[in-house]
Structures are given as structure tokens and as C-alpha cells.
Design a protein around this ligand. Structure first.
Ligand SMILES: C[S@@+](CC[C@H](N)C(=O)[O-])C[C@H]1O[C@@H](n2cnc3c(N)ncnc32)[C@H](O)[C@@H]1O
Length: 307
């Protein structure tokens, strides 16, 4: 549901949603809200929930640069998601909305992924007088950003450890080659089992390298590699090759998301700059707050009201 809250240290806490609902509940019936960098619409949905709890109705739009379609991917709540207008292919620094068309803007792990000065100018343009904004940003001093740095180094270690992808690839190549032969020679069978044995040894080396906290991640990847090898007798070569390729693609995608998070995280001083920019754009910024989950600092909250 929430794109960057998908692993052990990214817990989507009740307190985070409660604060969002508090922000939304102050808007009047009929309000038009824009959730920037909406992803799968986690925050846009909280806006709808806040309205419903108070017997109000909001028009909520979620914009994201990606070609999003949350109702398709988050099927468990697709009904609720259809009440939100999702606009994909929208860069926040170039919004396709008329001047003064929204009463409020929200953004969770959003603004810091974009060109901040350009996005703020655009956000100010599409907001009405008295409008309010609230952003939750990754704190570079916080737990999530530090967890991301740890995760990046464990991915690098994992890639290097025992050449696990190379060993898996060679074991799969050998098994596929043997499968093509109606009567494989003893030498071919021997080569296949040697390649598999090397892969198993590499697996054990990998498993031994990681601490318990890293196990879900490591074992997830390792078990998909083992599955690909075990699938060789049952599936055609293109299916197996695709499966193997997908494992690396999903690891690359995971690493890309974590890198983006790590690079976009902002410190307190950067939040002050955002507050100053908002002031120049006619807003009255509130005090910058630390967002905490179970005592861990996860982000910075920048909010402001247009005067
Ligand atoms: C970390 S996710 C946050 C998603 C959502 N707000 C949440 O809390 O689950 C960041 C989102 O920002 C989007 N994004 C990044 N740069 C953007 C830009 N310049 N304009 C619009 N969306 C952008 C990405 O596609 C991604 O969906």
C-alpha cells in the first residue's frame, strides 16, 4: 500500500495515519485536496477516511510521475480507491491543474523526491488563499534513512558474497543443457551435479554471512534462486531464464528504491529552507516537527497555512 514502507524497518504506524487524519479533519465539506507523489494513494485514502468519519465529502486527487493505477494493484481496497482521482505521468514541478484549484496539499515521502523549489512554486500556484499544506519528509538523521544505508550495504555484500548469482546461473545453464540431451553422458551429468554442488556451497556461505535481522531479505532471494533451479525439469528454457532474470530485476528495483530514499532524505536545516521558501510564497510555516514511531525518529513534518 505505502510504497516505501515495505520491509522490516519501515513500519506504517497508527500514529502517522492519525496525524494525517488530524490534518485532513480540519478541512470543510466539499474541500478539494491534492496528494502529491501519491504512489498507491495511502495518504489520499486517509483524507477520504477523515472526511467520512466526520460526515463530510472531499474531492481528492492523487498525482504521481509514475503511471499509477492503485485500484489495480491494491485490490483489497480497490472500491475505496476508485473514489480518488489518480493522475499518473504528472511531475509535481509542472502540475496540470488550474491556478487556485485546491484547498490543501499533502505529501508523504514526496516533496524530497522532486525538485523542491520548482514543486513549491507549482504547489503555491494551484492552491487557493487560506489553503494548508503538510509534508512528511524522510529525515536523514532518522531511523528509516539509516536503515536504508544499512540495507544498501547488505545488498552490496550480498551481491559480492560467494558470487551467488554467477553460481546459480551456471547451475541453471548446466541443468538446462543436460535436459536437452535425450541420453546425457556421464561427463555431462557429473558437470551438472558439480555446478549444483558449487551453487549449494555458495548458498551455505551466504546463509552463514547474515544476521537474523537480515534473514528475510537474504532467504527470500536465495529461495527464489533455488526454486529457479528446481523448476528446470518442469518448465521450458525461456520460462526458467525469465524467472532467473526476474530475480535480479527485482533486486535491482529494490536497491533503486532504497537508493532513492537514501538520496532524498533531508535534514532539519533543509526543512528550514523549505519553510523559508513557503514563507516567500505567501505561507505562514508552523514549527518543524519530528515524526516518531515507537520512539524512533522517522521523518520531519513541514506544514504551513497560506495567509
Ligand atoms: C516514496 S514514494 C511515496 C509514495 C506515497 N506518498 C506513500 O507514502 O506511500 C515516492 C513517490 O514519488 C513519486 N515521484 C518521484 N518523483 C516525482 C516527481 N518529480 N513528480 C511526481 N511524482 C514523483 C514516485 O513515483 C513515488 O510514487
Amino acid at each position: 500500500m505505502a510504497l516505501c514502507l515495505d520491509s522490516d524497518y519501515f513500519t506504517y504506524d497508527e500514529a502517522v495515519s492519525r496525524d494525517w487524519k488530524l490534518f485532513f479533519s480540519a478541512f470543510e465539506d466539499g474541500t478539494r485536496l491534492l496528494d502529491i507523489c501519491t504512489g498507491n494513494g495511502a495518504v489520499a485514502l486517509l483524507a477520504l477516511e477523515a472526511a467520512k468519519e466526520q460526515g463530510k465529502s472531499f474531492h481528492v486527487t492523487g498525482a504521481d510521475r509514475a503511471e499509477i493505477d492503485p485500484a489495480k494493484f491494491v485490490t483489497s481496497i480497490s472500491e475505496a480507491l476508485t473514489q480518488i482521482t489518480f493522475d499518473g505521468g504528472v511531475d509535481i514541478s509542472n502540475l496540470p491543474y488550474a491556478d487556485a484549484s485546491f484547498d490543501g496539499v499533502s505529501g508523504q515521502y514526496a516533496l524530497e523526491y522532486t525538485n523542491i523549489p520548482e514543486s513549491l512554486t507549482e504547489i503555491a500556484r494551484v492552491l487557493k488563499p487560506q489553503a494548508r499544506v503538510r509534508f512528511l519528509l524522510h529525515a536523514s538523521e532518522g531511523t528509516i534513512a539509516q536503515g536504508a544505508t544499512r540495507e544498501l550495504s547488505r545488498i552490496a555484500e550480498f551481491r559480492a558474497a560467494a558470487d551467488i548469482f554467477g553460481q546459480a546461473g551456471r547451475a541453471i545453464d548446466a541443468a538446462l543443457k543436460q535436459k536437452k540431451m535425450p541420453q546425457p553422458s556421464r561427463a555431462v551429468v557429473e558437470k551438472t551435479s558439480q555446478a549444483e554442488a558449487k551453487f549449494r556451497t555458495a548458498l551455505q556461505a551466504c546463509e552463514g554471512t547474515y544476521e537474523k535481522s537480515d534473514r528475510d531479505f537474504v532467504f527470500g532471494i536465495l529461495s527464489t534462486l533455488v526454486n529457479a533451479l528446481q523448476a528446470v525439469p518442469h518448465y521450458d528454457e525461456p520460462v526458467i531464464r525469465q524467472q532467473f532474470e526476474n530475480i535480479e530485476i527485482s533486486l535491482d528495483a529494490h536497491e533503486g528504491r532504497i537508493k532513492a530514499l537514501s538520496q532524498s532524505a533531508v535534514d532539519f536545516a533543509s526543512c528550514e529552507v523549505i519553510g523559508e521558501s513557503l514563507r516567500k510564497l505567501g505561507f505562514e510555516p508552523s514549527q518543524i516537527l519530528a515524526s516518531k514511531v515507537e520512539g524512533s525518529h522517522i521523518g520531519w513534518i513541514v506544514s504551513a497555512v497560506r495567509s
